[in-house]
Design a protein around this ligand. Sequence first.
Ligand code: MOS
Length: 730
Amino acid sequence: IKTEREVEGRYETIWLVVEEDALDQWPGGPLSVVGQPAPRKSGPARARGEARYIGDLRPAGLLQAAVLRSPYAHARVRRIDLSRALSAPGVRGALGPGEAAQLDELAGYHGAPVAAVAADSLAEAQAALELIDVEWEVLEPLLDPDEAVRRGQLLQEPRTHERGDVDQALADADVVIEAEYRTQSVVHNALETHQAVCVWEGPQLTVYISTQDIWGVRNEVARTLGMERDDVRVVCEYMGGGFGAKNNAHHYTYVAAELARRTGRPVRCALTRREEATASGNRNPTIQRLKIGARFDGTITALQGDYIACIGWSGWHASTAGPMQTLYACPNVRTVEYPTRLNTPPMESFRAPGFVEGTFGMECLVDELAARLGIDPLELRRRNHTDSDPAAGRVYSSKNLLECYRRAETHWARRETVKASSKGPWKRGVGMASQIWGGGGGPPAYAWLRIGSDGRAQVVTGMQDIGTGSRTVMAQIAAEELGLPLDRVDTSLGDTSRGPFAVAAAGSSTTPSMGPAVRAAAADAARQILEIAAQRYERTPEALRLAGGRIVATDGESWPLSDLLSLLGNAQILGKGARGPNPAGMGVHTFGVQVVEVAVDVETGQVVVDKVYSIHDVGRVINPLGASSQIEGGIIQGVGGTLSERQVLDAATGTVLTRTLDAYRMPTIADVPEIVAELVDVPDPNLTNLGAKGLGEPPIIPVAAAIANAIRDATGADVRELPIDRATML
Ligand code: MOS
């Protein structure tokens, strides 16, 4: 069949060989295991240090690689001499420009990789970098986004969206507000830095890599190195976090693979924390020149946005205009987005790429309109609510945003009390912002379920758990379907040679993509078990079901499942499951709203975020405990990106100045607000056998706008630039 898939706001039409998604959804609400809070199954292994991350791997004979990087934002290697480095102590191999993929003689940003060395120790490899003789031709860097638009220095053609007649609607509007918003570059800073260990055995390459997408890395490496896909095995059993910048193979994998090939030894190439600050990717800055037109009653009649996505030397064009196009029922909308190519560090996907930036502009603009019209911001949002996708012109598979608004009322009602508690220079206020995003996942995705005579079930997939607890979620789904307690279900994942094809852990897609496949595999195994049970206990399979670790007959009799399974001996039951297509002709999206309470010291410009209420509609919730952790993580990352984090470049040369975590200010525990997470938890009736969407990205989306709107409420100031630090405030 022909179907559609969405990851990170990118849509793709695919052809699919897929079994029908034949299972009826479970009834809504918490079930025996699904919907019940479950601590991460891998928690004890992680806490005890038994979980081996990529950074922990030390295969025998391991060499360590170090990468020579451009000290300039734009430069060309005229001449390079590796011979002194090659004869340095401990050095086993070296690569110059062109000798591994992505080692380039043309450096387009500060930190671009140009050469590499492998040595017995990391210290020897790093020392040898100093011995590489390079003659640079320093080129003029292009750093100004407006200049890049004028010169046509774009990554691809500008993207436009137009509906209705915007010019007429702006001319007819009772009020028009025009404002320019700017967002900054922020860096992912996962706990584990980007890294890979490469090992060759004959023609076969194993890549151990801290990645969100083992199959994507497999396919990319095979394509780049001209290998058969099955000759590349990619393993990632545990990783220390990924927020979008670990979706690809990157230069460190190719450096490690080529040095391993040349030396015949395993090679590790890991970015240091300082390299992470320049060469690991970032959320691209944006400039957003926006207009909104409305009637006095608050009906939004016109929206216009000119967006510049300040993409660095490489990256892709995420949709900054998406929120303007889809948040409200406006008939007249025109957006133009320019993706500029600058001599700045590369853009990589970063947790809801585009929509985080675009929601800041759009939802601040809506609150500026509310202030001008004297309409309550929550009421203004309700008046412009839409039940169908106003950009694509199709219905949503489900949308419970009005229910999110209803639940927000109690928190929003604290506004007058909070404002009245302002004291001296500390002004208090409350703000809100809405959220729309994809997150419905999609096929193809497969799972197996194995169950043997020991009575334990194992979910086998080729997915990865990036630290968010996906192992636990999949085990919960299988346990529910098999009527087993959660501690009798294990999950095997993280290895392309051990499980069937799975999706990237990106685009909030793991649960909605993999979950239905896991449930289908468990249901297939359950069907086989009941066929055996029907013979053993002389019933029809239809008269039997699995519940509470037992086989239960409609006549009330029941038998322990373990008794039946013990008959299997060395045999195993293997269930297979595939993820079905998304509902045809429907948009699958997540929705939500946040209400934020802040205090602002109007003498110093210090902002303290006191409370964040975060209410989301992501369909069925599998693990409420993991879900609240996702919400907390998204909000904390959002607070950092709103108040303190900024990758600072030297304005004249384009070199990165924030190369340490002293200079690049991550939020600390003292910056973390009280977070109240609420989920509507109604299964999407049109989406798969599970009705679940993803939650990884939605909670970071409204944070910046909600904080900025709370600051306006507290102080009357329009804040239009991120980060909102003392410099912006004063
Ligand atoms: Mo991504 S930003 O890995 O969905």
